[in-house]
Design a protein around this ligand. Sequence first.
Ligand SMILES: [Cu+2]
Length: 240
Amino acid sequence: MNAKRFGLASLCAAVLVTLLAQPAAAQSVSAELITGLNEKLLVVAIPITLLVEGVLIYAVFKFKNNDEPQPTKENRRLEISWTIATAVILLFVGVASYGVMANESVGVQTGDVDIGENDVLVEAEGYQWGWNMHYPEHNFTKSGAGSGPTVVIPKNQEVYFRIVSQDVIHGFHVPELGLKQDAIPQQQNYIKTNVTETGTYQGYCSEYCGLGHSKMYFTIEVVDQAEYDDWLAQQNSGSA
Ligand SMILES: [Cu+2]
């Protein structure tokens, strides 16, 4: 097999692998952005990996019995080509990553954040070792030992999490929803999301914070708007 054919075969294999590796639909806008970026980067990374490994294996076999190896002559055209190709790839990776990292549904926002009238705000306060989930717009707090507090939020609605800490650095992390943000003492970190699927999602502390770190669980329950309104009414009437 000559080098051209091998290159073509590698590219076809890469496209096939990328198509077969389609992940399940994302459950929130944050997770969608992150998996979308991951797919884009894979489309670039897999062909490069196969090409480099292919050239390496080809060279090993082609030249293994060469008793009088000669140094490769300078090839300016080849050098300019790979320099430009690398620059283009790095630019693509940089622009694509910045587009996601700078998005308010993935990156952190600090300081004053403009929260809309219909948006839901939940303050997640980490402490050694657990979480207090405040609903500042409605004046109640969910806490809980064992499996931790349950945060109820409506589906298809802009939700802001204000992440704070009472003592040391903790991490607010809900893998399935693509949410991860540090809880830093004396700082307010906001992360915004919009969950598109109802369901129950497990949350963790992602920053090692001492003995009870591994027990810092919480649950996020995503429900329809009507169910959310009922739940809110129950909290406010003090029956929960
Ligand atoms: Cu922790």
